[in-house]
Design a protein around this ligand. Structure first.
Ligand SMILES: [Zn+2]
Length: 489
């Protein structure tokens, strides 16, 4: 007697193979059988007319602290996501004091419980399970902040040793790799050699180097070369985070950056990228406005391109551009940025900086998997990618625009992601794999949220299972929390 059988759904198995109608049986937290007539079950679900896929794996998130302070994780589950990779862009969950400083930006009103190191963070997640599975990257920026503050210089011997100890501790606990954020303080003060020295600790462990590169604008190609070079010299796989060309002056460069990835793959390097399916990005305003200019490493920006997403101190600014705020204050957008930051260092913003052609060029490329980069500030107006990323890839780019097949879209968010990040028994509909499942209507799935009204669950997602338990029923999170920590295979 099986615990559950989902009958006659159209199975997208996560491998990229064409779909097929079949039954799928679940026992406990695993898939027991895939095929015809698996036998009786305590409960059955009619899957006729619906698609059944492995739960979506969001390889690029900032949910480290959301998984602790909003553990139901409804904003992820209702979008079909069953696993999140946290610790991206150099922002990790340990050491705790440095991590907590970063967490204040995303969750200003919430206090974090304490934990010791990455092992402590993972144990905390196991003791208070979130709704989704969590895989952890060690954050270079957090390790550097803990070791040497925001010093704009190379680390001294003991400081480098402290960073290595943080990375080693995380890897020992089961972290999937190391991330960097080379536009942010303090990650931007790191040299290529510093990153090679750290990443070299992962050689032979399966850990990967994931990077928010130094310059995603007109310096994109140099940044991709640096990322690939770090992987090559350290002998580790590389994941280029949120691959894009940012700012008008950089548009079109993705054609060349994709060729750099292809050439590296032909040399035998394990190099891939992830992407969110929007022409707007989102980050902290402090990374956009520097030295009197709106750019950072993000490309030249106009005041109307930068829209405030969340600010605890002045909610009235949310949803408004720096051009609008400046006009109201009687000052330039740059001066408006200065004043906004003076009022609230932690303000986040949405940046309208990419071209739709580039988004499509990157998405179509076989090196690209899907990661939302969602920023889980549930107050304010977060970028709608937090809710809609996966439904948008399936509905808009696969079904409507036919950029690729539905099975290829599913593969980019399941089997491909699990293979790259070393997630054992995830991402595929196979007997013996964990029963992370999403049941959706391939004819109607679509993102619904907009920049004005982002906090909307996507349409067309019927049910989601995490480790065999029903976490979403009739499109709504059930409150069931059965996520596990995903340690490096
Ligand atoms: Zn990033």
């Amino acid at each position: 007697m099986h615990d559950l059988v989902i009958r006659e759904a159209t199975l997208y198995d996560g491998s990229g193979a064409p779909p097929a109608v079949a039954d799928l049986a679940v026992d406990g937290d695993r898939i027991a059988a895939v095929g015809a007539a698996p036998g009786p079950a305590r409960s059955t679900l009619d899957g006729r007319g619906l698609a059944l896929a492995p739960g979506f794996i969001d390889v690029h998130t900032h949910d480290d602290f959301a998984a602790v302070v909003h553990p139901d994780m409804a904003f992820k589950l209702e979008g079909g996501v069953t696993s999140c990779v946290v610790g991206n862009c150099g922002f990790g969950a340990a050491p705790h004091a440095a991590a907590a400083a970063m967490a204040k930006t995303l969750h200003p009103k919430l206090t974090l419980p304490e934990w010791r190191g990455y092992a402590g963070y993972m144990h905390r997640l196991e003791a208070h399970a979130p709704g989704v599975n969590i895989g952890v990257l060690v954050g270079h920026g957090t390790a550097r902040l803990a070791a040497m503050g925001t010093e704009a210089r190379a680390p001294a011997g003991p400081e480098m040793a402290a960073m290595k100890a943080s990375l080693a501790e995380g890897l020992e606990a089961g972290a999937l790799g190391l991330s960097s954020g080379l536009v942010y303080d303090p990650g931007r003060f790191a040299s290529t050699d510093e990153l090679v020295e750290l990443a070299s600790l992962m050689r032979g462990t399966g850990g990967l180097y994931a990077t928010h590169m130094r310059d995603e604008s007109t310096g994109l190609l140099g940044s991709v070369r640096e990322a690939i070079g770090i992987g090559e010299r350290a002998g580790v796989p590389v994941q280029i985070s949120h691959h894009k060309a940012s700012g008008r002056g950089a548009w079109g460069l993705v054609t060349e950056s994709l060729k750099l990835i292809e050439a590296a793959q032909q040399r035998g390097l394990d190099v891939h990228a992830d992407q969110y399916p929007y022409t707007a990005g989102s980050t902290i305003l402090a990374a956009v406005y520097r030295d009197g200019k709106l750019r950072g490493a993000i490309g030249d920006l106009r005041g109307e391109d930068v829209v405030i997403a969340s600010t605890e101190s002045h909610p009235g600014w949310e949803g408004r551009s720096l051009a609008q705020i400046g006009a109201e204050m009687g000052c330039s957008p740059e001066q408006a940025a200065e004043r906004v930051l003076a009022a609230d260092q932690g303000v986040t913003c949405v940046l309208h900086v990419m071209s739709e052609d580039d988004v499509r060029t990157v998405m179509r490329h076989p090196s690209t998997m899907i990661g939302s980069d969602g920023i889980p500030t549930l107050e304010g107006k977060p970028h709608p990618r937090l809710y809609g990323t996966f439904a948008r890839v399936l509905g808009r780019y696969a079904r409507e625009e036919k950029l690729f097949s539905m099975e290829q879209a599913v593969y980019r968010m399941t089997g491909f992601a699990a293979a790259k990040f070393g997630l054992r028994d995830r991402g595929l509909l196979r007997a013996g794999a964990f029963a992370d499942l999403v049941l959706f209507d391939a004819a109607s799935i679509i993102d619904v949220g907009t920049f004005e009204d982002p906090k909307r669950r996507p349409a067309g997602i019927h049910a989601v299972f995490v480790n065999g338990a029903m976490a979403v029923a009739n499109g709504q999170a059930t409150g069931v929390r059965t996520g596990k920590v995903l340690r490096r295979a």
